[in-house]
Structures are given as C-alpha cells and as structure tokens.
Write a protein that binds this ligand. Sequence first.
Ligand SMILES: [Zn+2]
Length: 210
Amino acid sequence: MPENKVENTIILCRSCDLAVRKRALPSGVRALCPRCSTALYDTPYCSINGMLALCISALVFYFPANFLPLLEIHFLGSIRTTTVFQGAFAVLEQGYWVVGLAVLAAAVIGPGLLILSILAQILIVKWGLSVPFWRHCLQQLLKQQAWLSQLTMLEIYVISFLVSSFQLSDFSDIHFGMGTFCFTMLFLVTLFLQREYDIDHMWTLLDEHH
Ligand SMILES: [Zn+2]
C-alpha cells in the first residue's frame, strides 16, 4: 500500500520549527502543531481509490455531457438542439475563433485531458511505480498538471451558459436537455476530483518509492 509510506514524512511547523510527522487525515480535519497549535496542514491526503472512483464517474459523464443536447430551443415552431461541441463550433463558424477555441479548450479538451491525466497517474501509482518507464510517465504527467488544471474552467462555461439561456428565454421557449444534467454532474465530479487531488502528495508518492 503506497498510502502507508507517506506516514514517514516529516514537516516543520511554520511558527516554532518543531518537526512533526505528517500522517493521513480524515476529510475536514486540520492538523495542529502539538507545541504552539499553529495549523500545519488541512488538506486530507488524496485517497487513491476515491480519486479512481471520481475519475471513472467523470469519464462516464464526459461523453454525454459534450455530445447530448444541452438546450432545446423551441422558436417559431421549430425545435433546435445544441450540444457543447456544436456550440463551440457555431461560434467558430461565425468568425469568433478566439471565443470558440476558448470554449473548446476550457469545456471540452481541458476537462478531458485533466481526467485522463489524473486517471493515468492513479493507475501508475496503484500498479506501475516499480517500473522505471511508468515512473518517468508519472513524472511528466505531474509536470503538466499545473497548466492542465488551469485550462479546465468548467465553472466559467456553466455560468456563461446559464446567462445566455436566460437571455434566450425572453423570446423563445427553452428546455434543458439530458446534456445539461450530465454536464452538471461532470462539473460536480470534476470539482470534487480537483479538491481531492493533491499534487504535492503525488510527488511524495513518486519520490518515496525507490
Ligand atoms: Zn509549532
């Protein structure tokens, strides 16, 4: 179990320099320095199996979220449906290619890459840490993690989507499709995944396994 190895990590208290052995914390609990009660750390260690479950759920929602209708617009007797993917391309075709690319990157490509990257990292941590090739892959993935999580901005997309659909609802009849449900679930699962994920902990797992 790689999780157990982490229990040997020593950190120094920021205020009084007392050496404290870092150990796994349950969610929502904060570790305090035993001498001066300064808060030391409060992020729970990411549980590898928990993140694996979140990754798989995110992948299950990913494809319907992007390719099922997000909106059904009933307008002058005709029904139009829109998916995230079509939305981005419609913007591209109208010549707003910066906006279109931003939507594609932030709502489609970014989350997809992020989920796949974390999934690969988890699989390597679980089964591949003793193989040098996989260790090298994990190292490369961890180096890319920062910009990948910055690229993923599902929340901005959710907000702009809601704003535009309320504006549209003034002059047409708007129905939310199955894609909306999946997109919301994708958004929530990714949120929890990013909260659970701890890059420092992933580096520790890599460094400690020799
Ligand atoms: Zn202290």
